[in-house]
Design a protein around this ligand. Structure first.
Ligand code: PLP
Length: 394
């Protein structure tokens, strides 16, 4: 019999198992809700990015169903051939209004938006100057572009400036940060980096995946939160987190967007959204406009839960957002913490190397607007019990 040429993959998996880092996929039986059925257990769900509870909002469901009835289930083509439907353009107009930019292009995911845009805008003689904790899709886009990648220490704008100053004046440079960092929940050095980009003539890009729907007026994101409108050339957002559906987008000048129509490979070579997804996203933008009190509830819950975790004595890092990590240190310990929490009825996913640094493994918690106080208090009680048991309270 032929030897399995993929057997080396099994040894990789065995080594994960030996380190206590092998994970089974947790399965959600019903809806993505604050109290959910996961692996046949009722748990308080602190693992989703469903910040505003929009995955199950009646208005989004209705608009998606209506779109299925009127427009079918698929778009049938890539955007640049026959897959641009009127509803895609309506969504892009609404997003441009929301982000206060000239134009927007929607991609299949935030990942595709980042990777496709960085790879299209830059080429091999250019430089990307990137925060060390930027999202994987930015890094992959930079690699695909074949530009030189220079990394600055997390949020260290002075270090970014030093790197940029040493580069030849004529070289094209892209300075890029996440708006909110997905593993620590802290904010990027957006205003300082905007000033440096202006001073040194770089392209400024912000990935606002975790900020849209969360920060700024009506959830417009960190550009609005920091009031740097007009100073960020390339804004990326996702429709997969607070917006509750799926997709990513780039907001910027009309020229940037037209360029991406012609050069961004996910736009050219991958089929566009089903109309129901676009319809749900439009309904979500209506909700942000008409019911901004949902965002207030998100922040009330965030303050309650974050201060609760800190009062218990957990190391919650520098978080400033609804993402609060509980840092355990060692990878196996973080996984153990996550498993014990789950047994006690709290779902908070463990995250270890290579997603975070080797000595900063954690469970990550994300509260949503739709968690009740009782659910959050229950989760805090479980954290207190399990944290004491495992000796990870400071
Ligand atoms: C989640 C995330 C993305 C990817 O967005 P998707 O729509 O899930 O593909 C990109 N950047 C950051 C910072 C993210 O957190």
């Amino acid at each position: 019999m032929r030897r399995d040429p993929l057997s080396f993959l099994a040894s990789d998996l065995d080594s994960l198992k030996a380190q206590g880092l092998y994970r089974h996929l947790r399965v959600l039986e019903g809806e993505q809700k604050p109290k959910a059925s996961v692996d046949h257990r009722q748990v308080v769900n602190l693992s989703s990015n469903n910040y505003l509870g929009l995955t199950t909002h009646p208005a989004l469901r209705e608009r998606a169903i209506e779109a299925v009835r009127q427009l079918g289930v698929g778009s049938g083509s890539v955007r640049s051939i026959a897959g641009t439907m009127a509803i895609h353009l309506e969504l892009e107009r609404r997003l441009a209004e929301f982000k206060k930019t000239e134009a927007v292009v929607v991609f299949q995911s935030g990942f595709a938006a980042n990777a496709g845009t960085v790879a299209a805008v830059l080429s091999k003689d250019d430089v990307v100057v990137s925060d060390e904790l930027n999202h994987a899709s930015i890094i992959d886009g930079a690699r695909l572009s074949r530009a030189t990648i220079k990394v600055f220490p997390h949020k260290d704008a002075d270090a970014a400036r030093r790197i940029l100053q040493e580069l030849p004046a004529g070289q094209r440079k892209l300075l890029i940060t996440d708006g909110v960092f997905s593993m620590d929940g802290d904010l990027g050095a957006v205003p300082a980096l905007c000033a440096i980009a202006e001073e040194l003539g770089c392209i400024m890009m912000v990935d606002d995946a975790h900020a849209s729907g969360v920060f700024g007026r009506n959830g417009r994101g960190t550009i609005d939160h920091f009031d740097v409108h007009g100073r960020v050339d390339v804004q990326v957002g996702t429709l997969s987190k607070a917006i509750g559906a799926l997709g990513g987008y780039v907001a910027g000048s009309r020229t940037l967007i037209e360029f991406l129509h012609h050069r961004a490979r996910p736009f050219l070579f991958s089929t566009s959204h089903p109309p129901a997804v676009a319809a749900a996203c439009i309904a979500a933008l209506d909700v942000l406009e008409r019911e901004p009190e949902i965002i207030d509830r998100l922040w009330e819950n965030t303050r309650f839960f974050k201060s609760g975790l800190r009062a218990l004595g957990f190391n919650t890092g520098p978080s400033e957002s609804p993402i609060t990590p509980v840092i355990a240190g060692d990878g196996a310990l973080a996984m153990k913490l996550s498993d014990r929490l789950f047994q006690e009825g709290v779902f908070a996913q463990g995250i270890a190397f290579p997603t975070v640094a080797r000595d900063k493994a954690r469970v990550r918690t994300i509260v949503t607007a739709t968690h009740t106080r009782d659910e959050l208090q229950f989760a805090l009680d479980v954290f207190a019990k399990v944290g004491g048991e495992l000796g990870i309270l400071l």
